[in-house]
Design a protein around this ligand. Sequence first.
Ligand code: PEP
Ligand code: MG
Length: 593
Amino acid sequence: MTRQRSEARGQELRGTAASPGIAIGRAYVVDRSRLKIPKRTIDPDEVDEEIARFRRALRVSDRQLEWIKEKIEEREESEHYKIIAAHQLILHDEHVVDETERYIRDEHNNAEWALRKTVEHIKGVFDAIDDDYFRERRSDVDFVGERILRNLLGYDSSVRPPPDAIVVAHDLSPADSIQLFRFAVAALATDAGGKTAHTAIVARSNEVPAVVGLEDVTTAVENGDLLVVDGSRGIVVVQPAAETVAAYRERARKEAARGAALLENRDLPAESVDAVEIALLANVDHVREVKSATDHGAVGVGLFRTEYLFMTSESFPEEEDHYEHAKQVVEALSPHPATFRTFDLGADKVSRLLPDLHSEANPALGLRSMRLCLTSAVRPVFKQQLRGLLRASAHGRARIMFPMISGLRDLQKAREVLDEAKEELWREGRDFDRDVEVGVMVEMPSAAVISDFLAPAVDFLSIGTNDLIQYTLAVDRVNEYVAYAYEPLHPAILRLISMVVGAAKAANVSVGVCGEAAGDPYVAPALVGLGLRELSMNATAIPEIKSKVRSAHVAGLQSLASRLLELRTADEVKHEVRAYYAEAKLGDGEDDD
Ligand code: PEP
Ligand code: MG
């Protein structure tokens, strides 16, 4: 689609904020969608040569992927390595190869058209399956198909943006993304994808601002256009006016200065003015992120999401995999604690390894997480993880945390598996910490309400606000249409948190928060006021929360929290928090949107 240049001037596109930061630069459009696919009918005597041409393109594509894999190996990014390996498998898959050759042979299609029909057919099959995992595989087939096509057409498939370019694409394959970051790109903007798309994950781990899910950025932007990408707010400005650029430059400068200044508190304690220490820990999704956690000043990991091991493997991870990963984490953090949450699959955390479940109308309320672990099919896999984690506990301070516990019965069932694992290891003469701390996530309203029963049965409680809010307020946490109702400062949430803190205190066990709310500068002070002394968050949020803690009086936050508990709506609560910020000078002068 073409458009008038004047139309795009200053146009503001909104998408999903996938990786924070601001970048200003020239667009480098990865022109994938405009590949013209030739269609012709070949003569019967051309069939062999056409098939040979197709096979040559497959070999070239394979070599290209092999080359990318070698580069990744050097950089030890095994997750990406596996994705590329999976693309190689698709490349050789009989459904791709045999089907294309059949179209060439039987229907006399040229190789490009035959390949296109094959790819469309496979995507159609995936489309019919209502499952995120298969939707993702659909785009993998696309990426592979496009690579073969480019090689058939003799196009260069590598992406080589100039330094500091803003890469604009419909979607980026994992191979593209990995190559991209060798070119010092300034930012990414894509039509497709969500926060958990490959592009977003790779951008975050490389600290490159990104906005995804823009829908039509590739039509609104042309190569060389000046762009502003605001990865913190999910905005892309096309051909911005000079004053817009100046405003964003100023914002970027402030953000950078603020980030750098905040990082200076890395080695200082998170201690309030009235000498109350708050333990700030990190939420980590991958063993690779542990270094970033300590670099940002985390004094341990409060939530290690172990699901990634299930998302990147072809088969269920075994005891040895769990052990090796957990041991690395425990050793890297020592003497600080590493809290391993046992795998929490289902709903938004999809894995192809899940047993073939019937489709569920409400996956968030379905057979997921601990419920899944306790089924007879998955229980042995759960036990393997527990054995691996227990063995890792011999190397440092590991804590084991069970997700989605609704009450004592779930806890008791989970503990039975843990006890069996301990018993087996003991009989085998393996080393492990017999007193390893065991805790539960309080992320279902039921768990919060009976936290006085749960607390005496564990060593620690960890409030998972992401799900606690979702289930208490009945707001799907990934649904943008109800995002406005997702209120961490809703009076119901404050009351539940206060109940859990009270229950933990009465039972003399530790309690923390490990949901996103812990890293929200407008929520964390309220949490401290409610009595929390352990907050676990995205590592990059730690410096800011630490600076808030260091300039706050906990006594003041306590009286703030008592006032908040009397308020009747989330708006009243937010208003009171803001008033407190202004009065106590805790705010940072930034706008709060
Ligand atoms: C939570 O639910 O608050 C939580 C921390 O877990 P997750 O985001 O992985 O569901
Ligand atoms: Mg959760």
